[in-house]
Ligand binder design. Sequence first.
Ligand SMILES: NC(=O)c1ccc[n+]([C@@H]2O[C@H](COP(=O)([O-])OP(=O)(O)OC[C@H]3O[C@@H](n4cnc5c(N)ncnc54)[C@H](OP(=O)(O)O)[C@@H]3O)[C@@H](O)[C@H]2O)c1
Length: 338
Amino acid sequence: MKEPVRVGVAGATGAVGLEMLSVLRERAFPVESVRAMASGRGDARTVPFGGQDLPVEELTSDALSRLDIVLFATGASVSREFVPLAVARGAVAIDNSRAFRMDDDVPLVVPEVNAEAVGGQTGIIANPNCSTIQMVLALKPLQDAVGIRRVVVSTYQSVSGTGTAAIDELTDQSRCVLAGEPTISRVYPHPIAFNCIPHIDTIDDDGNTREETKMVLETRKILDLPELPVTATCVRVPVFHSHALALCVELESGLSPEEARLVLGRSPGITVLDDASEAVYPTQLSSSGTDDTWIGRIRRDESVTNGLWMWVVADNLRKGAALNAVQIAELLLDGPGG
Ligand SMILES: NC(=O)c1ccc[n+]([C@@H]2O[C@H](COP(=O)([O-])OP(=O)(O)OC[C@H]3O[C@@H](n4cnc5c(N)ncnc54)[C@H](OP(=O)(O)O)[C@@H]3O)[C@@H](O)[C@H]2O)c1
């Protein structure tokens, strides 16, 4: 696949799909052609790709023919139906949904962390959950340096993580609250404007949300640490873009905050921004629209042996979804099958 390739984007009208088209263009991904696909609902639509307006085709089995790589930015049920059809028609499918992430024969890839998992994959490659991506970027250099014993994380996740309908809901509710009008909640179980909701995705029988369980299981798979103790609380916050994590890591042996800054700062995809006494640390606003995972507030957790706290922020639509998927596609071009 070293020559320009035929790329499809399924879910091209959504928050992630639109970002994928931008990222393909920004990174000058070598495309012979790009096809945009979404549901057949509504009138004829176009989506921007560089200076062009790409027509949006209905996602069907036929629309998936004559493509080399299909980036899926669709929900799990749509991916479950159409990803295998794309593969059957000869494409490699890079899927952003949760549908295939935990399948044994599907690599779950963050290129800076486990690029080797792509191997010569010719079928499905899964993009991890957005919060998991930025967490494993922070954990991998620490695992390589001294080993990780336990991870405790709380997330502060923006509404764009739920897609375009949630961005509209926060916008509309904010206007209503400021105007003294009642709010209507369609996407979330409670108002999200001026509120935080400790409930992302469905609630499992054990009391965890599915988002929390994804962070546990996906982290273990990506780091290839199947027994790693990980526990998460995932919270939706009234922020449009970027997710933040308060991440507490118990290490196998001691690493000072200064040493951790050095280890993290020389790792690909990470920028350390950490001078708390001068109010220097990443925020969701400052990280929006950027490609890196930003880390600050690195300090000792004195409540455990060899514990470190840190604040980890990344743009969920970029590194948490579209950028990571395009980076995986770049690995396919460069790799043994390329
Ligand atoms: N948002 C994030 O930060 C993020 C991060 C990581 C992973 N993900 C995952 O990425 C996927 C997309 O998320 P999103 O936030 O972009 O959602 P979104 O904004 O709601 O977009 C969903 C897309 O799927 C399309 N779609 C819906 N039903 C379809 C159907 N029956 N056939 C074909 N296309 C259909 C929509 O097209 P229409 O316009 O025609 O409805 C739209 O293009 C989800 O699996 C999500 O879990 C999202």
